[in-house]
Ligand binder design. Structure first.
Ligand code: FES
Length: 134
């Protein structure tokens, strides 16, 4: 069902784990399947210097988290905010249509973690544009 790239990230996830005393964390769940994803961010001068994830979910959710963390590491918060679930799925060279919603978890978890960081630092939370597909 999954292509090689997805299988690679599923079997050898990058950046899996937790960050102690993270600057921002975000946990989201998918009500339909019950899968959960948590993202931890280390931020210095607006740049994501480290990121880790814990995902209790399907293979596509694990692969999406792995790829998403790779894509936002070293980026500014604003750049990371722009990462869409579509871009994650494209970087994985495609997910089966019925598994696309799993990549949405990664986008949402990153957004939640960024806003956790922002509100902890007295900044306004950014608003979801709602452009992604569920
Ligand atoms: Fe739940 Fe994939 S089936 S995230």
């Amino acid at each position: 069902m999954y292509n090689e790239k997805v299988m690679d990230h599923f079997e050898h996830p990058r950046n899996q784990g937790a960050i102690e005393a993270a600057d921002g964390t975000g946990e989201v769940g998918n009500a339909q399947c019950g899968d959960i994803m948590k993202i931890y961010l280390k931020v210095e001068a607006d740049v994501i210097t480290d990121v880790k994830f814990q995902t209790f979910g399907c293979g596509a959710a694990v692969a999406s988290s792995s790829m998403a963390t790779e894509l936002i590491k070293g980026r500014t918060l604003a750049e990371a905010w722009e990462l869409s679930n579509k871009a994650v799925a494209e970087a994985l060279e495609g997910l089966p249509p019925q598994k696309l919603h799993c990549s949405v978890l990664a986008e949402e978890a990153i957004h939640t973690a960024i806003n956790d960081y922002r509100t902890k630092h007295g900044l306004e939370a950014w608003e979801e544009t709602g452009s992604h597909t569920h």
